[in-house]
Structures are given as structure tokens and as C-alpha cells.
Write a protein that binds this ligand. Structure first.
Ligand code: HEC
Length: 199
């Protein structure tokens, strides 16, 4: 018993030394192949030890969902890494729409499933995005959920509590004259600091 304990203790020390303090209780699998994605070991070193990441690895729950102060960062990442293929507000382009209730991969109605699709990729042009820090993937997931325009009853990723206040997304009116609008989808910039607590 003593020996087992000390081996465990050295494992914890080693993990600490390697900077891996987040341990995943959930197993994350590639959406197409079902292969183990080995999260968090394969993740970018930064942003994998935040409160939100720890909670997500343990439970598959995304603490950033509908936390207004955390949405602007999610929008920024979305506009840099995703909107070119999925459209400005998730309406779809060469990639499918992400703002309605139809999903090619039904597991994307859970944040765990959506995470797996983003992290490990899907088919063709949908490559893996495991170069994005885990914390940023959670923020981009929250932004995609915020862009949802469908029926709230079908939004399986929202808690019953969140469903009561969630309003389907309405894109702001374009203000620029002609050409493509450069306006962002209006995440509130004045919502304060993005802070979440696992408790
Ligand atoms: C180079 C183009 C491209 C980029 C960039 C891209 N995607 Fe995709 N995405 C696609 C294509 C094409 C598909 C369809 C693949 C399939 O059906 O297997 C897809 C599929 C998806 C799906 C599955 C949708 C469903 O209906 O189940 C999700 C979720 C998704 N992408 C999210 C993202 C996110 C989030 C980003 C940014 C981090 C991103 N994608 C960046 C092209 C892209």
C-alpha cells in the first residue's frame, strides 16, 4: 500500500514537472475514426490548465456557455479560424452551417462532441484544430452556441436554466455601404472580464 502511494505521488510530481496538471476523466474520440484524441497530452501547452478546461476535461461541461464576458474572445477566434469556411455568423459557406439545429454529426449537439469535431477534425477540408489552445476551443464553442438561430427546445447543449433566457441569435444590421461588411457579429465588448468558476 505504501509503495503504491509513493508511486502515485511520483506520478503526480512528474505530471507537475511536465506542466500537466489537468487530467482528463472523459475520453475524447475522433469524430470520423473513433481514435482516442489523447487530450490533454496532445494539446497546445498554453491554455490547458484554466478553470474551464479542468471542468471540461472532467465533465464535458463548458463553463463559457452564455457567459457574456467570455464571448468576445470566442468570436475573435471564430472569425480568424472558422468563418472563412462556415460563414460570418455560422450560416455556412464551403463548410456546413453551424447555427441551426441540423448537424451532420449528431454528437455535435453536445459540447463534448463539438469539441471532438473541432479538435480532431472531420472529413475533407475540416482539418484538426488541435493547434488552438484548449481554453480557446471552449470559447469558440461558446460562441458557436451563441450564434444558434434554431429552436431553443432542440438546443441540447443548454441547461434547463439557460434555455429559459436564451434568445436565438439575430445578426445585427449591416451598416457598411456596399461590399462585404467587416462588422463583427456584435459580441458585447463591455461585458467585463471573462471569469468562470467551477463551483
Ligand atoms: C478550410 C475550411 C474549414 C475551416 C477553416 C473550418 N472548417 Fe469546419 N468544416 C469544413 C467542412 C468542409 C466541413 C464538413 C466536413 C464533414 O462533413 O465531415 C466542416 C465541418 C464542421 C463541423 C461539423 C458540422 C456538423 O454539421 O456536424 C463543425 C462543428 C465544424 N466544422 C466546426 C469548425 C470550427 C469551430 C472551425 C474553426 C475552429 C472550423 N470548423 C474551421 C470546413 C472548414
Amino acid at each position: 500500500m505504501k509503495k503504491v502511494k509513493s508511486i502515485w505521488a511520483s506520478a503526480v510530481v512528474l505530471a507537475g514537472a511536465l506542466g500537466i496538471t489537468a487530467v482528463s476523466a472523459e475520453e475524447f474520440r475522433n469524430t470520423i475514426t473513433g481514435e482516442d484524441l489523447k487530450v490533454p497530452e496532445t494539446a497546445a501547452p498554453e491554455g490547458r490548465d484554466t478553470e474551464a478546461v479542468k471542468k471540461f476535461l472532467e465533465s464535458g461541461i463548458n463553463l463559457y456557455t452564455e457567459v457574456k464576458a467570455c464571448l468576445p474572445k470566442g468570436e475573435e477566434i471564430y472569425l480568424t479560424s472558422c468563418s472563412g469556411c462556415h460563414g460570418h455568423v455560422g450560416e455556412g459557406k464551403v463548410g456546413p452551417g453551424l447555427n441551426d439545429a441540423y448537424w451532420t454529426y449528431p454528437k455535435n449537439t453536445t459540447d463534448k462532441g463539438l469539441f471532438e469535431t473541432i479538435y480532431g477534425g472531420a472529413q475533407g477540408m475540416m482539418g484538426p484544430h488541435n493547434d488552438l489552445p484548449l481554453d480557446e476551443i471552449l470559447k469558440v464553442i461558446a460562441w458557436i452556441r451563441h450564434l444558434y438561430t434554431g429552436d431553443v427546445a432542440e438546443a441540447a447543449w443548454l441547461t434547463e436554466e439557460q434555455k429559459k433566457t436564451f434568445a436565438p441569435y439575430k445578426a445585427p444590421e449591416h451598416t457598411s455601404e456596399g461590399g462585404e461588411s467587416t462588422q463583427t457579429a456584435a459580441a458585447p465588448a463591455d461585458a467585463g472580464e471573462c471569469k468562470v468558476s467551477a463551483n
